[in-house]
Design a protein around this ligand. Sequence first.
Ligand SMILES: C[S@@+](CC[C@H](N)C(=O)[O-])C[C@H]1O[C@@H](n2cnc3c(N)ncnc32)[C@H](O)[C@@H]1O
Length: 198
Amino acid sequence: MRLADARRDHYRKLARDQGFRSRAAYKLKQINDSYHVLKKGQKVADIGCAPGGWLQVAAGIVGSAGKVAGIDLKAVEPVAGATILQGSIDDPASVKSLVEALGGHADVVLSDLAPNVSGMWEVDHARQMDLTRSALALARQVLGAGGSAVFKVFEGEFLSELKEEMRKSFGKVLVSKPQASRQESSEMYLVCLNFRPS
Ligand SMILES: C[S@@+](CC[C@H](N)C(=O)[O-])C[C@H]1O[C@@H](n2cnc3c(N)ncnc32)[C@H](O)[C@@H]1O
């Protein structure tokens, strides 16, 4: 078995054993172990949240003093401690619904958004970048001053432009490649700290 397949199987099994809905849960756990973006009592918006692994991790960390709201195109089974909305992040009403569900601006926006893949690398990369631009636009409206965000991105020609765009709104933009993310995939996460509303 190839190392990449063994690692994927390892996280899939771990997720099953530990009751997480996706192996993606471990990506967020590892990002958070390094950057401590999630803390007890925070308000967290998780955009592109199905099937709910990141919601479970976030709700566990913020606890009952915090609030978690997620949105996805797909229906998501209820997650303890989270409010779940069904819809598109491109719908302007989504911003209002997320802020309402959180009872105010978010401390953290999490985006693990992914488009339907076509298999053609350039097309998929461009789609992912469009989604991340929409995620950034939403984060700019939902986050409170000093907030943080995590965005899934893919290595490619538009990435440095996107990082520059993020630097306009965040004090720090860091790149993270958690172990639970397949090492041969060009997927990575931008961890953006200290949001500055314009
Ligand atoms: C990789 S999955 C997220 C996995 C999740 N972080 C977890 O741990 O379970 C990406 C999700 O993004 C969602 N998505 C893609 N485009 C979207 C959009 N425009 N609005 C809302 N969700 C979207 C997809 O439906 C998909 O469920």
